[in-house]
Design a protein around this ligand. Structure first.
Ligand code: ATP
Length: 231
């Protein structure tokens, strides 16, 4: 089914398929906190994140949130719809962490009054700078209508996933989303896993906020995966 490798990023490889409208997304074991961080491998992490991502995409399907997931192909590969990607990361924050803490001096772990939606340009050279709607429109990355649609979808995805995680004793701290276009429609793409979601384990609050590169998450990966698979 896989043909030529067309892209290798920090956490995934993309392959063309027989059907030009589809891609194979293969999850790597590499763990990276940011584009400048040194990469290291955690055995089995690719497979776990692929399985978690597939489960979360299936869950979003049940809420009619359009996304690129078609089906799993192996423990670390999934078949997806090929999209024209919008080079913007849409970040939704529920709890203060990471750059929000550094930039604004808000205490880490503080519950935000309401979710904050931010946009970042996907640009490794410049460490994904934060941008606003005017930048996105002026630079030609998306139209005003498309930004409204991404914002609407991001809010809904966050609301649905917060409840999904909460039922599993996990708090969704923040989530990084990527979108693409297909036949004039906006679809959720990329992955929804511990690479892109920060979480807090309500059963192990002493571990603090967990992101993909946090040492505690490596001990908890399998336990968290099992909880995500609870129906
Ligand atoms: P970043 O971590 O900033 O996203 P990266 O390029 O290293 O950077 P990876 O997740 O390793 O990220 O690579 C996956 C790439 O595949 C990303 O560039 C993402 O935009 C792209 N992508 C995800 N889903 C699709 C899709 N359905 N069609 C086309 N490209 C996609």
């Amino acid at each position: 089914m896989k043909k030529k490798k067309i892209y290798e990023g920090k956490t995934k490889k993309l392959y063309e398929c027989e059907d030009e409208a589809e891609l194979v997304q293969e999850f790597k074991d590499d763990a990276v906190a940011s584009s400048k961080a040194k990469s290291h491998s955690v055995k089995g992490k690719g497979a776990l994140n692929c399985q978690i991502s597939a489960q979360v995409f299936r869950f979003l399907d049940s809420y009619h949130i359009p996304n690129h997931f078609i089906r799993e192909l192996s423990d670390k590969e999934m078949l997806v719809k090929k999209l024209a990607m919008i080079p913007v990361v849409v970040m939704v924050r529920n709890v203060a962490a990471g750059s929000l803490v550094k930039r604004y001096g808000i205490a880490e772990g503080r519950e935000l009054e309401c979710p904050i939606i931010e946009y970042y340009l996907k640009d490794d050279e410049r460490d994904d700078p934060m941008i606003n709607e005017d930048h996105i429109i002026s630079f030609g990355h998306a139209t005003s209508e498309e930004i409204k649609e991404m914002h609407r979808m991001a809010s809904k995805i966050n609301a649905v996933l917060r409840a999904f995680f909460r039922r599993r004793d996990l708090k969704l701290v923040d989530i990084r989303l990527e979108f693409g276009r297909l036949h004039g429609k906006i679809l959720l793409a990329d992955e929804l896993s511990l690479n892109t979601c920060r979480i807090q384990d309500l059963q192990h609050m002493d571990h603090g906020i967990l992101d993909g590169d946090n040492k505690h998450i490596q001990d908890l990966l399998y336990e968290i995966r099992d909880r995500i698979f609870l129906s």
